[in-house]
Every structure is written in C-alpha cells, then in structure tokens.
Write a new protein. Sequence first.
Length: 153
Amino acid sequence: MKKSIASITLAAIACGMAGSALAQVKPEDVIKFRKSVMTIQAWHMRPMAAMVKGQRPYDQDAFAYNAQVIGLTARMKGEAFAPGTEKAADVETRAKPEIWTEPEKFKQALDRFQAEASKLVEASKAGSLDAVRPVFGAVAKACGACHDAFRAK
C-alpha cells in the first residue's frame, strides 16, 4: 500500500508541475485528464461505499487508502477544469458550461468537495466505521451536488 501511495503522491506532484504548463496543453488532453481523475475517484469511492453500506466488511487500512486517493485527486480537479477546456474536437464531455460561466459557484463546489475529502482522510485514521460513515456521506453529498449542478446527464 505504501508503494501505491508514493506513486499517487508522485503523480500528484507531476500534475502540479504540469499545471504551470497548462496553457501549452491541448483542451482534449485536459478533458482526458479530467475524465481520468473522475474514473480514479469513482474506482476508490465504490469500496468505501460498500463498507459504509454494510455490503462489504469494514477494513480500516483499505478504507484509509481509498480515502487518501480521494484526498489527493480532489486537489487535482482545479486544473482538470481549466479555462478553454469546455469542449474539444473528437472528445466528448459532460461538463456543463456553467463551470466556466459561473466560476465562483463552481469553485465553491470544488472547495467544499476538497474540504470534505480532507475530513475523510482524517476520519479514516480513527479506525472506526462509526467515525467514517457520516464523513463519507458528506463527501458523497458534495460529489452529487457538483454533478447535479455542473454535469450533464
């Protein structure tokens, strides 16, 4: 698990460095990056949701690992929605125009998600399902609210 976390951390650092060169990146590449971040998040939310719902036994180490991934990828979302990436040739996106026409509202949604994701990382260290259940619910609610407002069905 430590090796995976180190890999994710290195990827996050690389993405941060890449952010400074974002103006040189093609919109279609940013959209692909955005979709990849969302795919990674969905992949890591599923096992936590199953644990919270009682569909899978609670495993504190696995939950903490998945929470850390969500915490890291939450911070990548700002660059994943860079101006000028509303659309691109040959790349489908469900991102609504409101992301760019209402940037303050979108930033508030991102900030809320990032804050909830950070709380989830901290709660996952407690080692108790009772500690993570309400915090996971807040993260899921923040995800859903952003999708409702900023993602086309």
